[in-house]
Design a protein around this ligand. Structure first.
Ligand SMILES: Cc1cc2nc3c(=O)[nH]c(=O)nc-3n(C[C@H](O)[C@H](O)[C@H](O)COP(=O)(O)OP(=O)(O)OC[C@H]3O[C@@H](n4cnc5c(N)ncnc54)[C@H](O)[C@@H]3O)c2cc1C
Length: 369
């Protein structure tokens, strides 16, 4: 019988981050991951460097300026908080060997959890016919991804055969009726990530998005290139939060760590796991996902999502104007979940009043999206 203090379900960003931050504790920990060690899903996590976390040395790119384009364009100055990326493969290569070496941590792959239930002195987790016992369970599985709106993205990592210089584009809006834009990140290794992104009720399949990416590359970047790899993702844009059930605590995306109106999650996972690790070590710390600011931002996201859902085409102009009319540091704080109350007031004041008030009133009387 395997007995632990803590059992973490899922060795994704949240599960690995939490286990890593507990390496120096006295707790006996087990991380169980469904897929094989060799079958990791590679992702590129980008964000503004607004929070000091454990994995800063893995960051690359460090952009000081991002373009937002909708016919004309506006530049977002990121010199105070650079826009950086972490390749999840570097993250795995850094953390997994450290967990393998840690005396009190077992990291087990190929372990599909089929049941979790309360036992006499904690919880029992069942996987491949084996039983694991723990006093506390953290679960990062995404149980139900049904949402009213999804962020669907498909990106190509390309290597142009000719030398091209371009500015990173956070959003290059298309003329489509959907809320649709391209995201272009030239990377340190001379490759370029070109991603087509929808905020939509429809989960666009990977195949359907290929042609538009290829057309965009041909029209805007180059005709002569190799595709190194691709990345596809669907993030539910929902303000619903999965609460802990029966003391089994949710972490990562499944706990509502995603900023629902943008899809940014990585930094929130770091803040959440920093808090949990401190709490488990008996160090006093505030849960960032229970703060007043967090609650206000979720309410605001609810209104923004309703606007995007009901007026996708107009929303593109609203978002473009948001970048045009607001101070860049205020915007970066807002997008990074750390705005001051004045930032929030400024951003709301610069929105089209009628649409915002109309949807704010509707969102008071409606269920979470
Ligand atoms: C392609 C992509 C790009 C993204 N880019 C960004 C970005 O640029 N910036 C940003 O902030 N966020 C980004 N995100 C969002 C978010 O940061 C990532 O999705 C992040 O990896 C979420 O981590 P997680 O641990 O919550 O979930 P996951 O990484 O999905 O981890 C959950 C783990 O649980 C495992 N699991 C599932 N079921 C079982 C089971 N039955 N038994 C055992 N294990 C199980 C899964 O295999 C998985 O490893 C991106 C997401 C995707 C998909």
């Amino acid at each position: 019988m395997d007995k632990y203090d803590i059992l973490i379900i899922g060795a994704g960003c949240a599960g690995l981050s939490l286990a890593y931050k507990l390496i120096d504790s006295d707790l006996k920990i087990c991380v169980l991951e469904k897929f094989a060690r060799t079958k990791r899903i590679r992702k590129t996590w980008s964000y503004w460097d607004t929070y000091k976390h454990n994995f800063i040395d893995l960051e690359s790119n460090h952009y000081e300026e991002l373009e937002i384009k909708k016919g004309e364009s506006v530049l977002l100055n990121c010199s105070n908080n650079k826009y950086v990326s972490i390749d999840s493969q570097d993250f795995d290569d850094y953390i997994i060997p450290k967990l393998d070496e840690a005396r009190k941590i077992d990291l087990i792959f190929d372990s599909d959890i089929t049941d979790v239930y309360k036992s006499s002195d904690g919880y029992c987790v069942e996987s491949n016919g084996k039983h694991f016992f723990a006093k506390k369970v953290f679960d990062s599985r995404q149980t139900d991804i049904s949402a009213s709106l999804y962020q669907v993205f498909h990106g190509y990592f390309i290597k142009p055969k000719n030398n091209i210089k371009l500015k990173p584009k956070l959003m290059d809006f298309t003329e489509q009726n959907d809320f649709h834009f391209f995201y272009v990140l030239p990377k340190d290794d001379q490759s370029i990530l070109v991603e087509s992104t929808y905020f939509s009720k429809k989960v666009y399949p990977e195949e359907e998005m290929k042609q538009e990416i290829e057309d965009y590359i041909k029209k805007n970047l180059t005709t002569d290139y190799d595709v190194i790899r691709d990345e596809y993702g669907v993030i539910p844009m929902t303000t619903k939060e999965e609460n802990s059930v029966d003391g089994i605590e949710r972490i990562g995306i499944s706990s509502g760590a995603t900023r629902s109106s943008t899809g940014y999650t990585f930094l929130n996972i770091q803040k959440q796991t920093d808090y949990l690790a401190k709490h488990l070590k008996g160090i006093k710390s505030e849960n960032p996902m229970k703060s007043f600011r967090w609650k206000i931002l979720r309410k605001m996201d609810h209104v923004l999502l309703r606007i995007i859902m009901s007026k996708p085409k107009t929303s593109k102009s609203i978002i473009y104007d948001m970048f045009k009319k607001n101070n860049t540091d205020c915007l970066i704080r807002f997008l990074s979940d750390i705005p001051t109350i004045f930032d929030i007031i400024r951003i709301i004041a610069n929105m089209p009043k009628l649409i915002f008030i109309n949807h704010a009133i509707k969102s008071i009387f409606s269920k979470k999206v």
